[in-house]
Design a protein around this ligand. Structure first.
Ligand SMILES: Cc1cc2nc3c(=O)[nH]c(=O)nc-3n(C[C@H](O)[C@H](O)[C@H](O)COP(=O)(O)OP(=O)(O)OC[C@H]3O[C@@H](n4cnc5c(N)ncnc54)[C@H](O)[C@@H]3O)c2cc1C
Length: 399
């Protein structure tokens, strides 16, 4: 038997969960398909930026997220060699947002919160342990073949939104190019319950640490500190070995014997899909774009994608009238445009600033941060960029 819905969303990560829940709230019948038996307990993204919180406020869930997370109004750049610290305070944006902070809340908490609500929603259905295998479309809709624990099932929808992440099966079926590059080094995170704030003066909850020997990011989430470092050498077994862990924590706090809760390796890419839709099948989130995590833009951008997309398709989906191609072309122009001009450029710049190995490069970065902090206008402009308001402005400026 073929199961049908107006829209099928593939992937119950943060982006797919937001897309599906928003459609259900618009009154559109939606099925959300997830390959795993639950939203994966993924610690990758932990930062929600103010514009994203403003969007999620539409669902009345921000207080729940705040209860499950940590407010980080201040984030820092630290230079490990000079010892200098540069603190940026998002409270300065309180005249324009109710959320003048980064909310540190792991991505799986958002996904699980929304899939839980969607399961009880009259317009929503969440089906776990459903892995999409193939996608075919014709003039009136899209057919999916889906592997469940017992059989191969068939689904049919007017539209499919593919939020199935970096390795997107749907993107591959569409044969859409995913141009860009993969960094030669891997990124590894070690998480620990050790209170790292005891080892540094005034450590913020989010810290970008420049160091020509080993740059790092120190991020606090409610249960642990996460230490992100690049791994240039060695195979995966070495990268998560006790030896590597001991090197990292000896260098960080002069104590190699820190106990870790997780050790996770990531391949990191800068890539943007050549097109964001093919007729009735649409890409959003990591299936459409990837960037390094310095700045915390990936998941936030994916959520911005699906707000733009569902706004654009609202009339077509709720009235059944009008053509879907023009709104999807606008979605692509705006969201692909922002991804190329802002997110890719900013994340590449953020990484270069941290990893610079030459003394002049480090000095230039410190001088730039000092100058920005000293100048009210430049500081605000900088905060608007890093808090993703500028990406929203850019999106609105593209017709
Ligand atoms: C170390 C690190 C830190 C990061 N920190 C941040 C941050 O602080 N802020 C930020 O904004 N971004 C951050 N990111 C990026 C962020 O994690 C991603 O951008 C985000 O997870 C993308 O969400 P998504 O829902 O598009 O994809 P995913 O989170 O990858 O979810 C995809 C979902 O689809 C499912 N799926 C896959 N294939 C199928 C299939 N065939 N059928 C059915 N289901 C399928 C998967 O199981 C998964 O549940 C970070 C990334 C890394 C590596």
């Amino acid at each position: 038997m073929t199961k049908t819905a107006k829209v099928i969303v593939v992937g119950a990560g943060p982006v797919g969960s937001v897309a599906a829940y928003r459609l259900a709230e618009m009154g559109v019948d939606v099925i959300l398909l997830e390959a795993y038996p639950n939203c994966p307990e993924d610690l990758r993204a932990s930062t929600l930026h103010p514009p994203t919180l403003e969007m999620l406020n539409e669902f009345g869930i921000v207080d729940d997220l705040i209860d499950m997370g940590l407010k980080a109004p201040v984030y820092q750049y630290r230079n490990r060699q000079s010892g200098e610290t540069f603190a940026f305070d998002l409270t300065e944006l309180q005249d324009m947002t109710d959320y003048p902070y980064r909310l540190q809340c792991e991505q799986f908490k958002l996904a699980r919160l929304l899939t839980g609500k969607l399961q009880d929603h009259p317009h929503g259905e969440v089906l776990f342990s459903r892995r999409v295998l193939s996608v075919e479309q014709d003039g009136s809709g899209v057919t999916l073949k889906v592997e469940s624990t017992r059989e191969i099932e068939t689904y049919r929808a007017d539209f499919v939104i593919a939020c199935d992440g970096a390795g997107s099966t749907v993107r591959k079926w569409l044969n859409v190019g995913f141009e860009g590059f993969t960094y030669p080094e891997k990124f590894v995170t070690f998480s620990t319950e050790r209170p790292l704030e005891d080892y540094f003066d005034d450590l913020a909850l989010v810290n970008y640490v420049a160091d020509p020997d080993e740059w790092m990011v120190l991020l606090r989430v409610p249960s642990v500190w996460r230490v992100l470092v690049p791994a240039h050498d060695g195979n995966d077994e070495f990268i998560v070995s006790d030896q590597k862990k001991q090197e990292v924590f000896k260098h960080l706090i002069n104590d190699p014997d820190v106990v870790t809760e997780h050790r996770t390796i990531y391949n990191v890419h800068q890539r943007v899909a050549d097109s964001y839709f093919t007729d009735r099948v649409i890409l959003a989130g990591d299936s459409a774009h990837l960037n390094n995590p310095l700045g915390g833009f990936g998941m936030n951008s994916g959520i911005h994608d699906v707000f733009n997309l569902t706004d654009g398709l609202r009339d077509v989906l709720t009235t059944g009238k009008g053509d879907h191609i023009a709104p999807l072309q606008k979605y692509e122009r705006q969201r692909q445009g922002v991804m190329r001009a802002f997110v890719q450029a900013q994340t590449i710049k953020n990484k270069k600033a941290l990893e610079s190995r030459d003394a002049d490069g480090q000095k230039r970065h410190q001088e730039e941060l000092t100058a920005i902090l000293a100048d009210d206008e430049r500081r605000r402009d900088y905060l608007l960029g890093q808090a993703m308001y500028k990406s929203r402005q850019l999106e609105a400026s593209i017709d």
